[in-house]
Write a protein that binds this ligand. Structure first.
Ligand code: SF4
Length: 62
């Protein structure tokens, strides 16, 4: 599985980085970015939680 953040939608709330720091970090512009090529199975549930919790639906997981 891969995660993507649409930075045009991200408002920098930081929720995804709190819920799943293994996959998401804040960049220098305080917008979320994905820091792994593939999501580990162990992090899949947390990444999905982050996707569902994002207030602007900026996160996509495929
Ligand atoms: S939860 Fe959504 S809006 Fe908040 S930092 Fe993450 S991608 Fe951006």
């Amino acid at each position: 599985m891969k995660a993507f953040v649409d930075k045009d939608l991200c408002i920098g709330c930081g929720l995804c980085t709190e819920l799943c720091p293994e996959v998401f970090e804040m960049d220098d512009d305080m917008l979320a970015e994905v820091i792994v090529d593939e999501i580990d199975d162990a992090d899949a549930d947390a990444a999905e939680d982050a996707r569902e919790s994002c207030p602007t639906e900026a996160i996509t997981i495929e």
